[in-house]
Ligand binder design. Sequence first.
Ligand code: ZN
Length: 159
Amino acid sequence: MALREIRVQGDPVLGKVCKPITEVTPKIVDLIDDMIETMYEANGVGLAAPQVGILKRLVVIDVGEGPIVMINPTIVSADGEQTGSEGCLSVPGKAGQVTRPNHVVARFFDEEMNECEVEGTELLARAICHELDHLDGHIYVEKVEGELYDVNYDEEVEE
Ligand code: ZN
């Protein structure tokens, strides 16, 4: 396992659409391990592959219940609404108000390429929406209501 460099806003890789994963090769296994380590090291609750420069449809999320590895994830249903503070490891030191669904169901493949489903509310729903946006080249700042504000890096939850 190794830490990977987190790309920051302005890096063109963050604006690209990612490609599906067809096979979990040893390289993908290494990438998953590295992404989890990098996410924890940065105190994030989620990380998408393009944030470490890899244009694959892969995200890792941990909202405090253990890591979820999502390969080729899609949101199959979303309802409700939540508005709250959101940040991103690719936009260090900043946060902003974003409205997201309060409940989502997502389908994805796990590391053995088994089809899985996860249901999330509140922070998990927010994290799923945020990370999946990265796979299509979108960053949360596009959805911020009002201005971005500075946050104390150690106190705020970063996604
Ligand atoms: Zn992000």
